[in-house]
Design a protein around this ligand. Structure first.
Ligand code: TYD
Ligand code: MG
Length: 454
């Protein structure tokens, strides 16, 4: 038999090739390709697998085989992101920057689920059991019936899980796990993939839920764990700015609940505490209405969240003006600048543009287009928007304003927080605006004329 040769794997996207190169052909990343042993070794089994692969009609699944109900942690922000609690036998990946608070969150979750009656094992490959215990003490969770395992060998962990049969296993982190049947180093794509595959399979077979932690690399990709996103049921990202105490847990994929749902937490000396009214939090630092500041009424998952866009527009000393965005998409900003120039005759050439979402929030909804345009214009014209006004609406390339979903929910949330008027696209079903003054506009030119008198 020919000796099996190595393969080359991109650590960013998981693409495999037969030869090394400096740049990944699939994702274009530089210096991410490493050599790894092939995933499978040994001859394939020739015998057929008996009756194990038997198919059963959908209608045959009796109600006794229906999965037990979800378990609630009691931490409502966490339960919400999970789609209403922890689903038995589910596999969950929690990604995030190192130091953002993943271990803290999961240790708290472990304790809460244990107190809710689940058997929980917390396997840490990064910290010794004593360290985890110390952290639990600091969080006031030392009395929770959680079992700790400081292990990195996958085989040992699986043996422990087989003996203990917990309802939930937490693996912190998947990059420290090491499967001895794979030759490459821990943290490599093959190791991460093999470990995640075994853990997920084991969990499904044994009716155990598994939560795996995955560190994200500097460029925002989950190295290795990116390639296991498709294996798991739920992918959560833990986001936040180092300087801020707010943390956002976002469901980017969820087979058991709405994707894009967020849970908001605050990092305190005693661990993460939940923020049940994120709108109030994101607007808490807002002072007097000032030019460039616009409040956007957005929807994150199933719930409305208000946040503030801040823009600064200033003459540039450079030949190439700067476009800097934090918390929103840079491409989308370029599009809005182009629409403002082409459809409304408002140029931004020769001007630096800075756009920021306050509070470390990340917005991806197109409904924020109009709020961004309003912030840019307000900064450029040095005119503050009327106070107590929220803005939302999608902008098309023609400059028309498109209605957005959930208008009523957006208005209700704004009113709850003391806003009295909203600028929104014409057309959409508005129904009862319940005390809010609604300024509906058909296109961007009308908006510019109405609000800025240009
Ligand atoms: P950690 O959970 O270790 O991060 P990760 O597992 O994502 O790498 O969090 C580490 C940070 O959290 C550290 O900078 C200290 C801070 N922290 C608090 O502010 N309060 C606390 O109660 C705890 C446990 C950590
Ligand atoms: Mg950690």
């Amino acid at each position: 038999m020919a000796k099996s040769s190595s393969t080359f794997v991109c650590n960013a996207c998981g693409n495999t090739t037969s030869k090394w190169s400096g740049r990944c052909e699939a994702c274009g990343a530089w210096n991410t390709i490493t050599e790894e042993a092939p995933l499978t070794s040994g001859p394939a089994k020739k015998t057929l697998g008996g009756s194990r692969g038997r198919a059963t009609p959908l209608t045959d699944l009796s109600s006794s085989e229906a999965p037990p109900p979800r378990t609630s942690s009691g931490l409502s922000e966490l339960d919400r992101v999970l789609g209403g609690g922890l689903v038995p036998s589910s596999a969950i990946l929690v990604g995030g920057d190192p130091g953002i608070g993943k271990s803290t969150l999961l240790l708290q979750a472990a304790a809460l689920f244990a107190r809710a009656g689940l058997g929980v094992i917390y396997a840490s490959g990064e910290e010794a059991s004593a360290q985890v215990r110390m952290r639990a003490q600091r969080l006031g969770l030392a009395d929770a019936p959680v079992k700790l395992a400081a292990e990195t060998n996958l085989r040992d962990i699986l043996t422990t899980l087989e003996q203990e049969r917990p309802a939930l296993a937490i693996i912190d982190s998947i990059q420290t796990m090491w499967a001895d049947n794979v030759e490459s180093a821990p943290g490599s794509v093959s190791q991460v993939r093999a470990a995640a595959h075994e853990l997920t399979n084991f969990a499904k077979r044994r009716g155990m839920a598994v939560i795996m932690v995955g560190h994200v690399t500097k460029d925002g990709q989950i190295a290795g764990p990116r390639v296991i996103e498709h294996m798991v049921d739920t992918v959560l990202y833990f986001e936040g700015e180092r300087g801020h105490q707010f943390r956002i847990l976002r469901a980017v994929k969820n087979r058991f609940g709405p994707a894009d749902e967020i849970g908001v937490f605050e990092m305190t000396g005693g661990g993460l505490s939940e923020v049940t009214n994120p709108s109030a939090l994101f607007l808490s630092e807002r002072g007097q209405p000032s030019p460039g500041s616009v409040v956007f009424s957005g929807i994150e998952g199933t719930r409305p969240v208000l946040c503030e866009f801040q823009a600064l527009v200033a003459p540039t000393p450079h030949s190439q003006p700067r476009r800097t965005v934090v918390g929103w998409d840079g491409g989308r900003l370029a599009m809005i600048l182009a629409v403002l120039e082409a459809r409304c005759g408002i140029p931004f050439a020769g001007l630096d543009v800075y756009l920021n979402v306050a509070g470390g929030m990340k917005i991806s909804e197109p409904a924020a287009d109009l709020a961004v345009a309003a912030a840019l214009l307000s900064a450029r014209e040095d005119v503050a928007l009327p106070p107590e006004t929220v803005v939302f609406g999608e902008i098309s390339l023609s400059g028309a304003l498109r209605p957005v979903s959930q208008t009523e929910l957006r208005l209700k949330e704004a009113q709850k927080l003391g806003f009295s008027s909203a600028i929104a696209p014409a057309g959409g079903k508005t129904g009862e605006s319940g005390g809010m003054t609604l300024n509906q506009m058909g296109d961007l030119t009308a908006f510019v004329g109405d609000v800025f008198g240009a």
